[in-house]
Design a protein around this ligand. Structure first.
Ligand code: AMP
Length: 394
């Protein structure tokens, strides 16, 4: 993949597509600036290489029309604080209209080195990947840099379309995501363990099938494990089970066996009589779930076994919690697995979305080799799909 490290940027103007889709409070304050701070190294790299930067991003869903509820103005302010230098904000309802033309002229004249365009989704041409809009975006710059990994699975004007008009390369964040979610998993350090959990088997079938091609061990927890246990003939009481996916679960177990992958399922469970944070937690053996009980977490014996598997692995991919980690009483299994990952010497990779939220909720994000910033994009990459935003640089 071509990155900014292989590109001569001196004296150039760079159009940098970032993911500044940050959460905002009702009074338009940024409540979590991780997406901005994750892009700062790329911005600094470009500035240090002697280029100026025009940033663009979407924010929320303004449905193709200008809407002050989705302005990037708070992002411009935060960027100025983080970079410690002036950021020209082109507050242009047309995104690529006269206001932006004038702001770009000020940038060229040397008034600042950084400029931020208005929300690309103010225009319906963005999601339609309209070539005229892409050409207008590209007209402000010499080079296009994509750093918005979370948007790389969408072929929009500002993520893919612009690359038709100016040379494209990946930013530092995009490079790190691709390195951990794809390159290193092609030829992983072994033993390579994949931990799968979360709500459903059906959501992750492509993911499991792709990871099985390379993995040595498949560790299953969460509600997903219930479906596997039931498929093996165990009573799961009132647990969340995908009844129509029982044959699929057996097929996955057969595929794993054929591929020589060791599969680990819970041998004990933490159960409750209702789905509630206050429900009493009862530990039982996986083959002794009562009719009126539901499994909400893996049990202590399973926790220990899974932690041992992780500690003896060289590569670990984690996707999906081991139980209802949002309830403190049923967070133990997920915490144990994440702690074992944090303490291990292995290369540890966390898929985005719920899994990243679980790791963050235990304060262990920093202890992982990589926590993906992309939800849907990380899933698609782990499924082995080609992301349009990555394909343009390969
Ligand atoms: P996913 O988005 O598929 O990764 O699923 C994450 C969700 O699965 C979390 O919100 C968990 O609360 C939920 N979950 C995990 N284990 C269980 C379980 N045993 N029963 C019900 N929900 C679960």
């Amino acid at each position: 993949m071509r990155t900014i490290k292989d590109t001569d940027l001196k004296g150039k103007t760079v159009l940098l597509r970032a993911d500044f889709n940050v959460p905002l409070s009702e009074d338009m304050k940024i409540t979590d600036d991780l997406r901005i701070t994750s892009t700062i190294p790329t911005i600094r790299y470009i500035l240090d290489a002697g280029a100026s930067v025009i940033l663009c991003s979407h924010l929320g869903r303004p449905k193709g029309k200008p809407d002050p509820a989705f302005t990037l103005a708070p992002v411009a302010e935060r960027l100025e604080e983080l970079l410690g230098e002036k950021v020209i904000f082109a507050d242009d309802p047309e995104v690529t209209g006269a206001v932006t033309d004038e702001a770009a002229a000020r940038l060229r004249a040397g008034e600042a080195r950084v400029m931020l365009m208005q929300n690309t989704r103010y225009r319906e041409e963005e999601e339609a990947n309209d070539p005229d809009f892409s050409r207008r975006l590209a007209s402000y710059a010499d080079v296009f840099v994509l750093d918005a990994f979370g948007c790389a699975h969408r072929a929009h004007a500002s993520t893919v379309g612009v690359s038709e008009f100016i040379p494209a390369c990946g930013g530092l964040l995009l490079e790190k995501e691709v390195s951990y979610l794809k390159d290193r998993l092609q030829d992983p350090e072994r033993p390579y363990t994949v931990i799968m959990g979360g709500a459903k088997v059906s959501d992750k079938i492509e993911l499991i099938n792709n990871l099985l091609k390379k993995a040595d061990r498949l560790v299953i927890g969460g509600a997903m494990a219930n479906t596997f246990l039931k498929a093996k003939g165990l009573n799961m009481g009132t647990s969340k089970v995908e009844e129509d996916k029982l044959p699929l679960a057996l097929e996955i177990l057969d595929n794993a066996k054929a591929a020589g992958v060791e599969v680990y399922l819970p041998t004990d469970l933490r159960c409750a009589s209702e789905f509630s944070a206050d429900a009493e937690c009862v530990v039982c053996s996986a083959d002794a779930v009562e009719d009126d009980m539901m499994a909400l977490d893996i049990g202590p014996r399973t926790e220990k076994a899974y932690s041992d598997v992780i500690r003896s692995s060289a590569t670990v991919v984690f996707n999906g919690p081991m139980g209802v980690f949002e309830f403190e009483r049923f967070a133990s299994g997920t915490r144990a697995v994440i702690t074992a990952m944090a303490e291990s010497e292995a290369v540890t990779v966390v898929g985005g979305g719920d899994s990243a939220a679980a790791v963050a909720s235990f304060g262990m994000s920093e202890k992982m080799s990589h926590v993906s910033t992309g939800g849907g994009a990380s899933l698609e990459m782990l499924e082995g799909k080609v992301l349009p935003g990555v394909a343009i640089m390969e």
